[in-house]
Design a protein around this ligand. Structure first.
Ligand code: DOR
Ligand code: ZN
Length: 349
């Protein structure tokens, strides 16, 4: 095989994933652990992961769902509520249980009803996080129904993020799953304490994908995909080589029946073919040489964690994506379902 058809790189990490719980956790976690060494695990369970004890128990359930030799490290996050306690958060961070805190504006997305109703309610928490160097992970959308759903990320920058940075200029912030040119520009213009993750799907689809020939629930996620001009801005940012942008899949499985419904859930399950999807995008942009930085280096450098020592191989080879992954009530439609991908993840070494 010519060398341009094989990509050998440092093992990547996923800096934003939903692993769920119970049977769904057991069904999906292996897909993430196969490709990634570590992952930042979202805490939006029901009930949410709001304490050190809940995070320890959840981490144990994740590890118990994997082969003992999977070599996967879940990095746990604390779900912020209006009543979040700075002491509990610092205790979890100091003990190595919490890697970061996650801010869901209340009612922004799946299981966010216990989220923060007003940023002022967590000022003491943010103050403490800034002091101890603990990253804040943002679902960056306002929830005001007077704001058009396609504008909620851009308006969040104006109404919330600028204030947070004015009050806490040294706080480490990850603007997660950015979807707009505005968010890209904002991250580029701020200091090195602000970074962003970009999903595989926002690099590949724009909002038209949800309506092509009929309603397409498997392309619905939050933040919702935007216009083409925004997708192009995300592709430029991801492939730019900037250390401020790194991999976060936001893989968010929902059973098929919960997606194909009158009120379908938000979320795209991309874990099974995540690296193939990113590689396809970087290949199209002529930036395969920058995939390793985006997938395996910028994230750990931002978090202050060691780089992985393992390696993975991606090969240029046909790879058919099935219509369903998992069985029974855990069957989920993966991103790229029914497509033939031109890259294949070969087992890591
Ligand atoms: O599409 C999404 N799905 N966005 C989120 O923010 C949450 C996630 C989920 O948990 O299903
Ligand atoms: Zn998410």
């Amino acid at each position: 095989m010519p060398s341009s058809d094989v990509l050998l790189m440092r093992r990547p990490d996923d800096w934003h994933v939903h692993l769920r719980d119970g049977d769904m956790l057991r069904s999906v976690v292996g897909h993430t652990a196969r490709q990634f060494a570590r992952a930042i695990v979202m805490p939006n369970l029901s009930p949410p992961v709001t304490s050190v004890a809940l995070a320890v128990a959840y981490r144990m359930r994740i590890l118990a769902a994997l082969d003992p030799d999977a070599g996967f490290e879940p990095l746990m996050t604390c779900y912020l509520t209006d009543g979040a306690d700075p002491d509990e958060i610092e205790r979890g961070f100091a003990a190595g249980v919490f890697t970061a805190c996650k801010l869901y504006p209340a009612h922004a997305t799946t299981n966010s009803e216990h989220g923060v109703t007003d940023i002022r309610n967590i000022h003491r928490v943010l103050e403490r996080m800034q002091r101890i160097g603990m990253p804040l992970l943002l679902h960056g959308e306002v929830t005001d129904h007077g704001v058009d759903i396609f504008d909620r990320e851009a308006v969040f920058i104006e109404r919330v993020l600028l204030k947070v940075l004015a009050d806490f200029p040294a706080l480490k912030i990850v603007f997660e799953h950015v979807t707009t040119a505005e968010a890209v520009a904002f991250v580029e213009q701020t200091g090195p304490n602000v970074a962003a993750t970009i999903t595989p799907h926002h690099l590949r689809i724009n909002r038209n994908a949800m309506f092509e020939g009929g309603i397409r629930p498997h392309f619905y996620c939050l933040p919702v995909a935007k216009r083409e001009v925004h997708r192009l801005a995300l592709r430029r940012a991801a492939t730019s080589g900037s250390a401020k942008f790194f991999l976060g899949t936001d893989s968010a499985p929902h059973a098929v029946g919960k997606k194909e419904a009158a009120c379908g859930c938000a979320g795209i399950f991309n874990a099974p073919f995540a690296m193939e999807s990113y590689a396809t995008t970087f290949d199209e942009e002529g930036a395969l040489d920058r995939l390793e930085g985006f997938a395996s280096e910028h994230g750990p450098n931002f978090y202050g964690l060691p780089l992985n020592t393992g390696r993975i191989t991606l090969e240029r080879a046909s790879n058919v994506v099935p219509e369903r992954v998992g069985t029974g009530s855990e069957a989920v439609t993966p991103f790229h379902a029914g497509e033939i991908m031109r890259w294949r993840f070969a087992e890591g070494a």
